[in-house]
Design a protein around this ligand. Structure first.
Ligand SMILES: N[C@@H](CCC(=O)N[C@@H](CS)C(=O)NCC(=O)O)C(=O)O
Length: 220
């Protein structure tokens, strides 16, 4: 049986959602973030040395990294939620599968780090650290995020889903950075197509089912 090693409030929510969309059988093993550091517990390292979520096991196979997990599950489901090879939709699908974690998450992570830096600094240094963080965000992170979100808003002008007219696993992959972008960086403000996309995915029965199984999720 395929097991999702599910860290609360994390990217593994996407994997549960994909499995629900495909109707593939799975079980969940749950892990809780440390309340103070928000890091995963050490037990997750026993499953995979990186100790990150998501990670899945399926018989002898252990897979980390959401994009690799998505490809494995889609293969297992006979290629459903993936456009046919050799089509323009398939090229777009592959692009979004890599882009979500490879490009879009980077400035979002930087935003999170710079947002947290002042409060995690020694009290006497907070003012200075805050000023440095504000400068880095204004000078580098915010323009990067604007470029990405404007690009995404334009891309959704071609079709309502990222790979084309049909919903696909690429939309599942793109959900997390867009939800994080909405929560941390006002990604949906003034971007009606991104807002409509997030509303559309939240309305899907499989998305709701995955939320019930996965537990509270701060980005949805
Ligand atoms: N690019 C990786 C990122 C994995 C990742 O950073 N996961 C976070 C959860 S959203 C995590 O495990 N955080 C806890 C920790 O780093 O200890 C993927 O998509 O699987």
């Amino acid at each position: 049986m395929l097991t999702v090693h599910h860290l609360n409030n994390s990217r593994s929510q996407r994997v549960l959602w994909l499995l629900e969309e495909l109707g593939e059988p799975y079980e969940i093993r749950r892990y809780q973030r440390d309340a103070k550091t928000m890091l995963a517990p050490p037990e997750l390292r026993a499953i995979h040395p990186l100790g990150k979520s998501p990670v899945i096991t399926d018989g002898d196979v252990t897979i980390a990294e959401t994009g690799a997990i998505v490809e494995y599950i889609v293969d297992k489901a006979g290629g459903r939620l993936r456009p046919a090879a050799g089509t323009p939709e398939r090229l777009r699908w592959t692009f979004w599968l890599h882009y979500a974690e490879g490009s879009l998450m980077t400035p979002l992570l930087l935003k999170l780090v710079f947002d947290l830096m002042p409060q995690r600094s020694p009290v006497l240094l907070r003012g200075l650290v805050g000023a440095i963080a504000t400068r880095a965000k204004a000078g580098f992170v915010a323009p990067q995020l604007k470029t990405h979100f404007d690009f995404l808003e334009a891309e959704l002008g071609r079709a309502q889903w990222f790979a084309g007219a049909e919903f696909s696993a690429a939309d599942v992959m793109m959900s997390f950075p867009l939800e994080a972008g909405a929560a941390r960086a006002e990604a949906l403000e003034g971007r009606p197509r991104l807002k409509a996309f997030v509303e559309r995915i939240h309305a899907r029965p499989a998305f709701r089912a995955a939320l019930e199984k996965g537990g509270p999720y701060a980005y949805a």
